[in-house]
Write a protein that binds this ligand. Sequence first.
Ligand SMILES: [Zn+2]
Length: 59
Amino acid sequence: MTEDQVGRVLAVHLPGVDGLCAGCRRWWARLVPYPCYQAEWAARWRARVATRLFLDGSS
Ligand SMILES: [Zn+2]
């Protein structure tokens, strides 16, 4: 998985006005509370990379 792909996931899976994931509803007609699985996964991936960069930079 690349930064580019993760960015695309985050760009699609956004919170809707009703608290549901707008991306899931639009692309898969699924009513899922935000953050959905994909959004959570992408956010975790970002956090992990940021932590690694932080640790690398401080050593
Ligand atoms: Zn979603």
